[in-house]
Design a protein around this ligand. Structure first.
Ligand code: ADP
Ligand code: MG
Length: 749
């Protein structure tokens, strides 16, 4: 029995999903697998676990997975409150924290947490039901969990320990789950929840800003706030830095101080709308000083960002992004207070919770968010949506599989989800800061993440779950066979999988080796995990950890080759380029250490930066990206912990005053690097082989038909060793190898 407070009960009754409670519970009773679709805000995440609890499924744990930490934390709090139960019963677990107890009945967690639990107990015996939430996002871990559970549930039923799987989606596009016979031989029932949705008028921009879209977002938001009737504004941007920058500008433009509430805004909708469309922004000049200290402090990013849960839609703590110079619109106008709140994944739960509370009287709520507000969280009272049309995604390069974050156009489905946020409580408006022609060019849906990236890390994780034949795995959308073959070959060559007969290898069924198990526990790409696994030799671990962290973070040097904006800048750029060249030469060392090449430069840069306390000043003066250096610091800590837990006897620690490696350590490091990057070996083309002048100073690689070159900025540009390994190949004016390190000819297999 659940003893809800009357006001909670009342709020629940307004949710569309309540009308379907019986249908849903019947379906769950009759079937092992059920798919539930319903618009964001219809009550799926908060209500379905309660239905199950009340229907007696709490004999085991009711588990709910979320692709985002934000949702896991905030939904557990919300459900505990609605049910009037303590957080020891309705709890959450995310990678680094949680409040789960022995009494927990409903457990919200990230999908990565559940995957790790399956590694410990394949049958998930403590659970009676698993709900996979936000399945429409198609994150890699969600897809894999659905595949695994399609097998686990029948096994549990056979054992007489029945278990249920409920897949929940905010869109109706669920054929990948329901029409996939390999996944579910009998199609699971699909229940649709009809949500109340008020009409949303969509307004496209005539022009599409290509450069400063966050400036455009700021201006549009100002205009809405000045001109339009009350109602919350929800702004979609792509990352944390943009969110903070726009929040700061909005707070400056419409300062709000507690205790100085103002009269209600006008409400004549039609008239306001007309004026809004006509208005030209007024120009003013003076720039009053605003006391920013009176505002709640900007949230500080909480430490570690590695996400077991896979889709980290945000980059690191790039809070220091400089604001553009204040313009006229930023002239403070305290008569129109705006209550501005940021919202993104890594924000602390206390800060996140603020968006659900009504704004202070006399103010308008404005939430500036990343993608997390698209479907995971429903913010009450939103009437206006401002959509930049972009999203930040991870991209992988073909050659190395190393990833980076890039901002691209979102999909039509996502843009429509965003627009839908404006029509939850009354008719609303969505302002798209791009033209309808551009919208027409968006892809219809976002592709499943698993088809967009190399899969060697996944294959290793799955082998670690003792799934030997990955090709047979019931993926909702399988990766290409080529991708799987390439992954398996790489893992065999790294020793992570046992070498087996040619025939078996063709069937992609190599089992994991003890080395592979150790590698699977390091949160970096398998090539780098291999280096960590070998790092024990000659006390090289601290160096290997530093190099692997730097290679994983990438782009640690400032881009000084960009064109200068002014003549003045041109001369400072030239100076800084010279300084960086000089520092690189210094970090590369001399004699033996020079042969570790660009990786020695990375090691030297990390060492020097840490020695100096990793300050913005040091980075600025030496051409290093401060943000990258902070990320490296975090990753070093994390890798150090991971290595210690696999291999406690090495007792490695992060030393901020790390001495440079000795000569024999450098040789050892070069061999470790070769072991990890063995498939990235390149041989210098000899004079007598020159068929074509383009091969002069070129290198031959097994992967590419064309020559690749050592970049002039490389530590090995002048040396041109006969053999090298490289981190990646980047095509600019030529195909250049990055992260080059020399290999002794006698080491080459
Ligand atoms: P769905 O999962 O279908 O998108 P939810 O169950 O997340 O829907 O949300 C249902 C309703 O509960 C929404 O209208 C939302 O406003 C409300 N809600 C969710 N979390 C909170 C919260 N922390 N505080 C107040 N209301 C909330
Ligand atoms: Mg939900």
């Amino acid at each position: 029995h659940v003893d809800r407070l009357p006001e909670m009960q009342e709020a629940r009754l307004r949710l569309p999903v309540l009308a379907e409670e019986q249908v849903i519970m019947e379906a769950v009773k009759e079937n092992s697998f059920v798919v539930l679709c319903g618009e964001t805000g219809s009550g799926k995440t908060t209500q379905v676990p309660q239905f199950l609890y009340e229907a007696g499924y709490a004999s085991g744990i009711i588990g709910v997975t979320e692709p985002r930490r934000v949702a896991a934390v905030s939904m557990s709090h919300r459900v505990a409150k609605e049910m009037n139960l303590s957080t020891s019963l309705v709890s959450y677990q995310i990678r680094y924290e949680g409040n789960v107890t022995a009494d927990t009945k409903i457990k919200f967690m990230t999908d990565g947490v559940l995957l790790k639990e399956i590694q410990k107990d394949f049958l998930l015996q403590r659970y009676s039901v698993i709900i996979i939430d936000e399945a429409h996002e198609r994150s890699v871990y969600t897809d894999i969990l659905i595949g695994l559970l399609s097998r686990i549930v029948p096994l549990r039923n056979k054992k007489g320990l029945p278990m249920k799987l409920i897949v929940m989606s905010a869109t109706l596009r669920v054929e990948d789950f329901t029409e996939n016979r390999k996944l579910f031989p009998v199609p699971p029932p699909v229940i649709k929840v009809e949500a109340r949705q008020f009409p949303v008028s969509v307004h496209f921009n005539k022009r599409t800003p290509l450069e400063d879209y966050s400036g455009e977002v700021f201006h549009k938001t100002c205009k809405i706030h000045r001109m339009l009737p009350p109602g919350g504004i929800l702004v979609f941007l792509t990352g944390q830095a943009e969110v903070h920058s726009v929040c700061r500008r909005l707070r400056r433009a419409f300062p709000f101080r507690r205790g100085r509430e103002v009269a209600e805004a006008p409400t004549d909708t039609a008239e306001e709308m007309r004026r809004f469309k006509k208005v030209k922004l007024k120009k003013t000049v003076s720039l009053p000083r605003i006391d920013l200290d009176n505002y709640s402090a900007l949230p500080v990013d909480e430490g570690d960002e590695d996400r077991q849960a896979g889709i980290d839609e945000e980059e690191g703590s790039d809070l220091e992004l400089g604001d553009p110079p204040a313009d006229d619109e930023e002239k403070a106008d305290p008569s129109l207070p705006l209550y501005v709140l940021p919202l993104y994944s890594l924000l602390s739960p206390e800060q996140q919770a603020k968006v659900f509370r009504p704004p202070p009287p006399g103010t308008r709520l404005c939430v500036v968010a990343t993608n997390v507000a698209e479907t995971s969280l429903t913010i009450p009272g939103i009437k206006y949506v401002v959509d930049c049309g972009r999203v930040k995604k991870r991209f992988y390069d073909r050659v190395t599989g190393v990833s980076s974050f890039k901002v691209t156009w979102t999909s039509q489905a996502s843009a429509n989800q965003r627009a839908g946020r404006a029509g939850r409580t009354e008719p609303g408006h969505c302002y798209r800061l791009y033209s309808s022609a551009v919208f027409g060019d968006f892809s219809l849906f976002s592709e499943a993440e698993i088809t967009r990236r190399p899969v060697e890390d996944l294959v290793l994780q799955m082998k670690d779950l003792n799934i030997d034949k990955v090709v047979n795995f019931p993926f909702p959308t399988p990766p290409s066979t080529e991708a799987l073959v390439a992954a398996e070959q790489l893992l065999v060559s790294l020793g992570a999988l046992e070498e087996v007969k040619e025939m078996e290898r063709a069937r992609l069924s190599c089992p994991i080796s003890p080395l592979g198990r150790a590698m699977a526990s390091f949160p970096v790409a398998p090539r780098y995990a291999k280096m960590l696994a070998l790092g024990k030799q000659q006390d090289c671990l601290p160096y290997v950890i530093a190099v692997v962290a730097a290679m994983t973070v990438r782009e640690i040097f400032e881009d000084l080759d960009r064109p200068a904006a002014t003549e003045d800048e041109s001369s400072t750029l030239a100076q800084r380029r010279a300084r960086l060249t000089q520092m690189r030469r210094l970090w590369a060392g001399q004699g033996a250490s020079l042969l570790l090449g660009d990786l020695m430069v990375l090691l030297g840069a990390v060492g020097a930066c840490e020695f100096a306390g990793c300050t913005p000043k040091f980075c600025e003066e030496n051409g290093l990206r401060y943000k990258a250096m902070l990320e490296i610091r975090r990753l070093r800590g994390q890798l150090t912990n991971a290595v210690n837990s696999v291999c406690p006897e090495v007792g490695v620690f992060v030393d901020s005053k790390m001495a440079p490696p000795t000569e024999s350590q450098v040789v050892c490091l070069r061999q470790i690097v070769l072991a990890g990057l063995g498939d990235h070996l390149a041989r210098r083309v000899q004079q007598e082989e020159l068929l074509d002048p383009k091969w002069r100073n070129g290198y031959k690689t097994p992967l590419l038909d064309e020559p690749v070159y050592i970049h002039p900025s490389s530590a090995l540009f002048k040396t041109l060793p006969p053999f090298v390994v490289y981190q990646e190949v980047l095509e600019t004016t030529k195909m250049y190898m990055k992260g080059v390190s020399a290999v002794e000819p006698e080491w080459v297999p």
